[in-house]
Design a protein around this ligand. Structure first.
Ligand code: ZN
Length: 416
């Protein structure tokens, strides 16, 4: 096991740790740890809400989820010799939950998936699921089960939801311009089209005083993926992955967090993976001038790890770019993936699951989402694939009709 150079104490809040990380992107957030090309090291990561979500049977904490506090990131890590224009190679040597079985924090034997209320972030299907819900998943080795979603068990594809390099000042300005322009098209929308800088609850490593105030007012939120990688939520960033990040500032200033025990493609409930705290073992190296050499300037590229669970049989659902009230959209793959997911939810509901249970399965289990057709005007075709082996009953259609399961206590909903 590599040396832990970024330790976190599970009994302390993010801001009380020995090394304080950050929850915004800005080039002036100072690096907290220095490493060299060729180094291997262990980084502890907090669960993205820093312990605000607890292991119980109420979704009130999801309803009240403090979105201004996310994502609590470990870092920044400065890589010696990294200069703008280089490519930073990050190997994920290992990734896992907090290595102990008891305790209060997500990652200590359990994690959660949430559906955010439409008034507090929303999600992919927020029109159909406007309220807050939560599911607790229990970990046993690589396996996840839930008292809130019975008759399902699957192998987690553990990965970091978020990792990336610091933006340059110039890149940060571009983010603000284009995201601000989008917000301006419908500034009062619920949920918002994008998140502008938010000084309240900003954590900026060791910055203080005037520097803190200036950076807090300018720093970008961590919710979206951007050119620096960021919150890409790619479930295939497993152990064994090699990721290539553009370098925009001297030292690269790499940061990471938002670990997931498992996730379906799309992370569709927004809080849609199985969220947890844990550790990452990383190895870093550089390709000098690699952004130009390989044409990698506008986002990260990666070589996925090869530890996917071995599922060989799937049921797949298709959707097209037509709304539920039959309005035709032009090649809208976001809409067609929504329709594919709603199609799958309707199907699973026939076996006795509530729609919320089915939605949570799609968010958390290792389902595959694909853009199957994007040229056949006017309909794009998206598909979602669910492994049949995650269910302890026969989920395939047959002339006998759907076997009825006991849905148990169901998915906790928030009170109002
Ligand atoms: Zn996450």
């Amino acid at each position: 096991m590599p040396e832990t150079i970024y330790p976190l104490d599970s009994t302390k809040k993010f801001t009380d740790q020995q090394i304080v990380g950050h929850n915004r992107w800005h080039p002036d957030i100072p690096a907290q740890v220095h490493v060299k090309p060729g180094d291997s090291f262990r980084v502890d990561c907090r669960e993205w809400f820093d312990g605000a979500i607890v292991n119980d049977d109420s979704a009130d904490d999801i309803r009240d989820a403090p979105l201004n506090t996310v994502h609590v990131l470990s870092g920044p890590f400065a890589i010696e010799g990294a200069e703008p224009g280089d490519l930073l190679i990050v190997d994920i040597l290992d990734v896992g939950a907090i290595p102990q079985e008891t305790g209060p924090l997500a990652g200590q034997g359990w994690g959660y998936t949430g559906i955010f209320a439409k008034q507090n972030g929303g999600g992919f299907l927020t029109e159909q699921f406007p309220d807050a819900y939560k599911v607790i998943w229990d970990f046993k080795g690589q396996r996840a089960t839930s008292r809130h979603v019975p008759h399902v068990e699957f192998t987690g594809i553990v990965h970091p939801g978020l990792m990336g390099t610091a933006p340059s000042h110039e890149l940060l300005q571009r983010w603000h311009k284009r995201e601000g322009d989008l917000i301006a098209t419908d500034p009062d929308r619920v949920p918002p089209l994008a998140l502008p800088p938010e000084p309240s609850d900003a954590v900026l490593a060791t910055l203080t005083g005037d520097d803190f105030d200036r950076v807090a007012a300018e720093a970008a939120r961590t919710a979206p993926p951007r050119e620096n990688g960021g919150n890409q939520d790619i479930k295939n960033f497993t152990k064994g992955s090699r990721v290539f990040y553009p370098v925009f500032v001297p030292g690269a200033n790499l940061s990471m967090g938002d670990l997931h025990f498992s996730q379906g493609d799309g992370e569709i409930t927004f809080c849609g993976a199985i969220e947890m705290g844990g550790y990452l073992d990383l190895h870093v190296d550089l390709i000098k001038g690699g952004m130009e050499t390989y044409g990698i300037g506008e986002n990260a590229m990666f070589m996925p790890g090869n530890v996917d669970p071995q599922y060989s049989e799937w049921i797949a659902f298709s959707g097209t770019s037509v709304t539920l009230d039959d309005k035709q959209h032009y090649l809208d793959s976001h809409l067609s993936y929504q329709r594919a997911c709603l199609h799958a939810i309707d199907y699973l509901s026939k076996f006795g699951y509530s729609p919320e249970q089915a939605y949570m399965i799609l968010g958390a289990a290792p389902i595959e989402g694909r853009l199957s057709g994007v040229v056949d005007i006017p309909n794009s075709c998206s598909t979602v694939y669910i492994p049949t082996a995650i269910f302890d009953f026969d989920v395939k259609p047959s002339a006998k009709g759907p076997q009825q399961i006991d849905p148990g206590m169901g998915v906790p909903k928030s009170s109002f």
